[in-house]
Ligand binder design. Structure first.
Ligand SMILES: Nc1ncnc2c1ncn2[C@@H]1O[C@H](COP(=O)(O)OP(=O)(O)OP(=O)(O)O)[C@@H](O)[C@H]1O
Ligand SMILES: [Mg+2]
Length: 100
């Protein structure tokens, strides 16, 4: 399992979410964020997305976020793919991929 953590443009957020709704992911957590990249031009408002998913979903999800998040100008954001050791569904106690 992986956690995909993406920092994206506020103005691209709706397009990205629309695409992800139909992508087969189990769920998503969204947080308003502030940050800067290499250009150090002050803190800018960004959206942070966190998705717990199976390995086989990673390439598709990353590609979707890129396709819908890109403007080809500086500040488009980052996507991190992070190893996820364990996941629990609180209600049922299911673990691992069954908890996605
Ligand atoms: N190294 C980093 N660590 C954590 N967050 C980062 C990092 N780099 C960028 N971010 C987050 O991503 C947002 C967008 O970064 P940005 O796209 O400007 O990165 P960049 O490396 O400067 O790329 P670009 O050259 O396309 O601007 C930042 O506002 C910040 O929230
Ligand atoms: Mg930048």
């Amino acid at each position: 399992m992986k956690k995909i953590e993406a920092i994206v443009r506020d103005e691209k957020f709706d397009d990205i979410i629309k695409a992800l709704e139909d992508s087969g992911i189990g769920g998503i957590t969204v947080t308003e964020a502030m940050g800067f990249g290499r250009h150090r031009n002050g803190l800018k408002k960004k959206m942070k997305l966190e998705i717990y998913c199976d390995e086989f979903q990673v390439d598709k999800v990353v590609e979707m976020i890129r396709r819908h998040g890109k403007t080809d100008t500086t500040g488009d954001g980052k996507i991190a793919v992070i190893r996820l050791e364990q996941l629990f569904r609180i209600r049922t106690g299911e673990q691992g991929a069954n908890a996605i």
